[in-house]
Write a protein that binds this ligand. Structure first.
Ligand SMILES: C[S@@+](CC[C@H](N)C(=O)[O-])C[C@H]1O[C@@H](n2cnc3c(N)ncnc32)[C@H](O)[C@@H]1O
Length: 275
């Protein structure tokens, strides 16, 4: 069986539909990145009363809710159940159900775009085009604040994340920066932060970037064949570098051989060494 990117998106949407409430509770237990720090970064670099797009907003807690207290927020999520919860949790924001990759907004619709633990689910081959689209939705000098995995795996699949299958994809830090730069962003800062998930350390790349005012986006020549045979036989979660691949993972990891059937198109080269 082959899985296209749209099959993967369906899998992610259905899985989050099933675990929306459970994920929210798990997230609260883990003391993951809170909303205050992100709100404060946006305030510091762009002020208040912003027009913000929250990509993969989930159930809207904590980030969408906190942003909606100071800004005009649009939340977007591929999971219908997440969007239902978000509408209830954050009545003063507007929400859109859909895949961010298919989304379309008029130019300069937003002052900031945020993505909290959401870009990790977007196949990295789609990331550069997505960054370019996001750059167009932002006003000149608009901000992108997001976190990313640094595990450098194009396909990472878990059979049992809180009882459902899940997919992630990541560059390493340098790969993520390159994709953003090629899409017309300039880095304001990036930093690697360690969080403890289910007792295991996980490192995340947090990036704040802004659209350049004058340089057109460039295109990386990143196409090349996938050498699936070189994949490790045993998967580790790519969206962080936990030594035991812990975190959300609670079930059996699928072997790399099983992922051969995914047949994802390879559009990016192996990323360079991480930081
Ligand atoms: C790990 S949750 C994070 C939710 C929330 N941002 C938070 O900080 O808790 C990831 C969210 O991204 C959404 N998502 C994944 N892929 C997406 C896509 N292609 N377009 C829109 N949303 C997506 C999922 O449905 C899920 O709600």
């Amino acid at each position: 069986m082959e899985r296209s990117n749209s099959d993967i998106k369906r899998l992610i949407a259905e899985s989050y539909d099933r675990i929306a409430q459970g994920y929210l509770e798990w997230r609260a237990e883990q003391h993951k990145e809170g909303a205050e720090a992100w709100v404060s970064i946006l305030r510091q670099h762009a002020g208040a009363q912003l027009r913000v797009l929250d990509v993969g907003c989930g159930a809207g807690i904590p980030l969408t809710k906190a942003l909606a207290e100071i800004s005009d927020v649009t939340g977007l999520d591929i999971s219908a159940h997440q969007i239902d919860l978000a509408r209830r949790n954050v009545p003063n924001a507007r929400f859109i159900h859909g895949d961010i990759v298919d989304a379309d907004f008029p130019p300069q619709s937003f002052d900031a775009v945020v993505g909290s633990y959401s870009f990790i689910h977007i196949p990295r081959a789609e990331r550069q085009d997505l960054f370019r689209k996001i750059a167009g939705w932002l006003r000149p000098g608009g901000l992108l604040l997001a976190n990313f995995g640094i595990g450098n795996m194009e396909v990472d699949y878990e059979e049992d994340l809180l009882g459902v299958p899940m997919f992630w994809s990541s560059f390493d830090s340098e790969g993520e920066r390159s994709a953003m730069a090629a899409a017309g962003f300039e880095l304001i800062f990036d930093k690697i932060e360690t969080e403890i998930e289910d007792g295991q350390p996980h490192r995340w790349l947090i990036v704040l970037a802004r659209t350049k005012r004058d340089s057109p986006a460039t295109t990386l020549d990143t196409r090349g064949p996938v050498d699936w045979a070189r994949r490790p036989r045993r998967l580790r979660r790519s969206h962080s570098d936990s030594p035991r691949g812990g975190g959300l993972a609670r079930g059996t990891r699928q072997s790399a051989m099983a992922l051969l059937v995914y047949g994802l198109r390879r559009e990016h080269p192996p990323a360079t060494a991480g930081t």
